[in-house]
Design a protein around this ligand. Sequence first.
Ligand code: PGA
Ligand code: ZN
Length: 426
Amino acid sequence: MPDVAGLSALEILDSRGRPTVQATMRLASGAVATVSVPSGASTGKAEAHERRDGDPGRYGGLGCRHAVNAIETEIFDAIQGRQLESQHAIDELMIELDGTAEKSRLGANALLAVSLAFARATAAERGVPLYQHFAELAGLDAPAALPRPTVNLFSGGKHAGGQMEIQDVLIVANGASTVDEAMAMTYAVFQAAAALIRQRYGMRLLVADEGGLAPDFSSIDEAFQLAVEAIDVAGFRPGDDVSLCVDVASSHFFAGGRYAIGGESLTPAEMIALVRSWVDRYPLVSVEDGLSEDDWDNWLALRTALDGRALTLGDDFLTTNPSRIERAVAAGAANALLLKVNQIGTLTEAAQALHLARGAEWAVVVSARSGETEDDWLADLATGWRGDALKVGSITRSERLAKWNRLLAIEKETALPLTPWPRRAP
Ligand code: PGA
Ligand code: ZN
């Protein structure tokens, strides 16, 4: 039974140069593990709260010294010397210690760092790969397949210069049969897109927060058209070999019941019609946050409009929050969960979210954040938790590559097949 003998934390910087939290845990057995937690920019309102220092004179108030201090004092005092028989035990203990619904007192960034450090240290103590330990702590069998990469090609919204309202146009190599093949196909499409962008926009390969290309598109259609062209130029068949996904991230341009997009102000019904027209015209297989997190009444109509063609994927809408997922399942409001553990703050609660989604036969896409670190635990989590897909951003920027490279290593170690893209029956 793991027994925590030491716990320290450090304020480090994420891929945007903003502070985040790293924790190092030592078990009495001698096993040691360090983890770093990510941080979003295009956040959902219902997300667990990161604890930030609020001192405007230091990192614009974004410092994490209080969260670091909470780990080293209050959390360590509560867990040291206790026989923690499971991940559930340590997570429940921290949730109770925090005592708030949003984890705002100690901070979700502090809790998640400890939750993950415990998982990694326990895996080391047991001598099992992290993906296998993640599977077991969620009550799952050993993974039978690897998550399929969905890779950011173009960035907009809050992750780029706001040149288009939608946040990501992604590619998924649905024709690939291994991660290795998927990455090579992705590279070919990315390079083709970069060459087209150089010709059309005179822009060299400069990338946005998640490593995507972000030229000055004059319309959203131009971005989709260029993505299809890049797939074609790279020698693949759009839709058969390589398809598209979109993260509309529409909560960020929704106000007063309307969507401000493409110079227009759309009603929810018009927004659904716009999204549907994209799916009709482009090889789109997944639509994330096609409606706002506050537009609950219209998600069923969105899902119905997309059914059988593209996944209706909820990110800000669901925030990996079991009660929001339960409500969405009951309402038929989605059929896929974007799973980000820092939206909820502990592995135990994220596993509950996973089980609710799976119980409803939803697809699950395990996702990084826009503010990431060089840590690679996410690839193990996506594998162990049997994600249909892994969303990490692009294939540039090392905080992204840490995860893709870990997935390549897991593939070599396990020789597992790649999960087929979860197409929905009409
Ligand atoms: P975030 O965005 O990490 O900035 O919140 C990622 C996403 O919307 O998927
Ligand atoms: Zn999103």
